[in-house]
Design a protein around this ligand. Structure first.
Ligand code: ATP
Ligand code: MG
Length: 189
């Protein structure tokens, strides 16, 4: 079972992914966390990634896809994957289809956490107070939301036309949202 947790910055992808891996024993791939780990370790890749992330931009598809494929190969026995923060562009989604196809599997569902923009901004500003993240400040948040609208949001239509998009209300309380996600996940089994 491969599930994509989809949504704007601050929509709660990380929070819900943590719970999902616990419930279903899936492998969690958070591209944001992978990149932040490189930045913290000051690797070459981390230096490149930091320049994009701190400005609120996406890192280039080629680079992101290399990291993703490497991560899939590192966990060949995973019984399924929660993709968190990936794909974020149409080319990434197409590449993901090919990578999974090559491994005899596919994306089973894309769960969209839908949250109004004012609430996203509020959450991200709040997180910025103690996250220490270079991209959780007012200016970068506005840029990330703009990038989301232009480059990432079109994926809803991409997956909807493939009968894989499942929107859910992402602004309620954490337990209610999790329940809605498990209902979708359980219907796949
Ligand atoms: P959330 O709060 O819902 O977990 P987020 O947008 O705050 O989402 P991450 O998913 O952790 O945070 O991503 C942080 C940054 O890492 C992005 O703004 C982007 O620069 C980079 N990044 C993460 N995933 C990708 C990707 N698939 N393609 C390109 N860049 C990415
Ligand atoms: Mg995250």
């Amino acid at each position: 079972m491969n599930i994509v947790i989809f949504g704007a910055p601050g929509s709660g992808k990380g929070t819900q992914s943590e719970r999902l891996i616990e419930r279903y024993g899936l492998h969690h791939i958070s591209t944001g966390e992978l990149l932040r780990d490189h930045i913290a370790r000051e690797t070459e890749l981390g230096k490149v990634a930091d320049a994009f992330i701190s400005k609120g931009n996406l890192i280039p598809d080629e680079l992101m896809l290399d990291i993703l494929e490497h991560e899939l190969d590192a966990h060949p026995d995973a019984k399924g994957v929660i993709f968190d923060g990936f794909p974020r562009t149409i080319p990434q989604a197409e590449a993901l289809n090919k990578m999974l196809e090559k491994r005899g599997t596919k994306v089973h569902a894309v769960v969209g956490l839908e949250v109004p923009e004012e609430e996203l901004t509020r959450r991200l500003l709040k997180r910025g107070i103690d996250s220490g993240r270079s991209d959780d400040n007012a200016q970068t948040i506005a840029k990330r939301l703009d990038v989301y609208r232009r480059q990432t949001e079109p994926l809803k239509e991409y997956y909807n036309s493939r009968q894989a998009y499942h929107p859910i209300n992402g602004s309620g309380d954490i337990d209610t949202i999790f329940n809605d996600i498990t209902r979708i996940a359980d219907s796949l089994a």
